[in-house]
Design a binder for this molecule. Structure first.
Ligand code: GAF
Length: 396
């Protein structure tokens, strides 16, 4: 659908905009996907998370138009989708007004909708999107589209919102336009990520602090093992887990599970059924593991970080029950082959695992996981290294 041959998503976005409009873009904006180091399903419980932005990015090449229409196109989609600015206010949260093949457009148009409702002076615009963030791998390709679009429209519509506010715009699009009841972690990581650092985020106050990881100096790598089992957070499992957490908080008489500490778990077990208790225990212990990981990173206690990652996986597998056999195989095989720690990352029910590995052990761990997948009859995993990278920005 576009005339670019470089293979770079930024060039593909520009070429697509040219195909669409015959013009060069007024600018190109981008935002990354993310890996979550630790802190899973804690964000919508007002808790703590420690994600980082990855080098894979989504690019939006954008130009204003003067006929009051918003058109979005993507190198992944068959055709552009168009709406009138005047129709924006009524578009959501009503059910998506498009055919299934056009549903991707709810991300960028949802962002336009949320920004407009936040007071931005919306004008007509053409938005051409391209990306190298793997889709359905639990690496937040959706937050990357939202971040790139929100950054572009924030500049072109003169909204002057900061990164945290733009993350909120992206989340509103995800929750109300796409209909996925997610928390704020992915959008914050995509907007505020910093090179070589993870982002320690308090999801209640939205206070964010960069935690330098010093991966290269320590001779460490983080491997992503994309199991190729795709997932969607608008589907049942994520929603159900969220409902169990809300029920647990209600039974404990607190606003959110953030307000429950590990010492309260004895009381919790007496107040709720076993399944709800195990969901609560995951969130409560995971919040503590995030705090402990930040402390261990500061103390350069590599082994402690690895153990916390691995304990997080066990908690998601056994208590929160969001892992799948492919993720468990990836984690266990990586550990057996010498990884310092490993866990599934993201919402679960598929997607990717991460492994913290000494640089020299990367080939051995990758080969072992690939072999274990073949032996189990699983689809071959996609394994690659990621380094903590910059958040959303204007590229041109
Ligand atoms: C998904 C959601 F989008 C996040 O908000 C978060 O809840 C995560 O799953 C689980 O930690 O990525």
């Amino acid at each position: 659908m576009n005339g670019d041959a470089s293979g770079r998503p930024e060039d593909a976005a520009v070429a697509l905009l040219r195909d669409l409009t015959g013009r060069a873009p007024e600018g190109v904006w981008s935002a990354p996907g993310r890996v979550n180091l630790i802190g899973e399903h804690t964000d919508y419980n007002d808790g703590y998370v420690l994600p980082f932005a990855i080098p894979h990015r989504t690019y939006a090449a954008v130009a204003r138009r003067d006929d009051g229409r918003i058109r979005v196109a993507s190198t992944f989609a068959d055709r552009p989708v168009e709406v009138a600015v005047a129709d924006l206010p009524g578009l959501f949260p009503a059910s998506t007004p498009w055919a299934a093949s056009d549903e991707w457009a709810a991300y960028p148009i949802g962002v336009a909708w949320a920004l407009h409702l936040a007071g931005a002076a919306a004008t007509g615009v053409d938005i051409a999107i391209s990306s190298d963030v793997p889709v359905g791998a639990g690496l937040s390709s959706s937050a990357a589209i939202e971040g790139a679009t929100a950054s572009a429209l924030n500049d072109l519509w003169g909204a002057a919102l900061d990164g945290t506010a733009l993350a909120g715009i992206g989340r509103r699009a995800e929750n109300e336009a796409v209909g996925a009841p997610t928390g704020i972690m992915d959008q914050m990581a995509s907007m505020l990520g910093e090179t070589d650092s993870a982002l320690f985020l308090d999801c209640r106050t939205l206070e964010a602090r960069a935690v330098p990881l010093g991966m290269a100096d320590a001779g460490l790598a983080i491997l992503v093992i994309d199991t190729r089992v795709t997932h969607a957070h608008s589907s049942g499992g994520y929603r159900e887990r969220r409902a169990s957490c809300e029920e647990g908080a209600r039974l404990m008489g607190v606003a959110a599970l953030r307000d429950v500490s590990v010492g309260d778990l004895g009381r919790a077990s007496a107040l709720m059924n076993d399944v709800t208790f195990r969901r609560v225990r995951h969130v409560v212990t995971e919040n503590q593991r995030v705090l402990d990981t930040v402390a261990a990173v500061h103390a350069s206690s590599l082994e402690a970080v690895g153990d916390l990652l691995t304990a997080s996986h066990a908690s998601m597998r056994d208590d929160f029950e969001i892992s799948v056999p492919e993720l468990d195989t990836a984690v266990q095989t990586a550990l057996d082959a010498g990884a310092i720690g490993a866990r599934m990352t993201g919402g679960g029910f598929g997607g990717a695992a991460i492994a913290l590995v000494a640089h020299a052990a990367v080939p051995a761990v990758s080969d072992a996981v690939t072999a274990a997948f073949a032996q189990s009859g699983f689809t071959a995993p996609h394994i690659f290294e990621v380094t903590p990278s910059a958040g959303a920005r204007r590229d041109m």
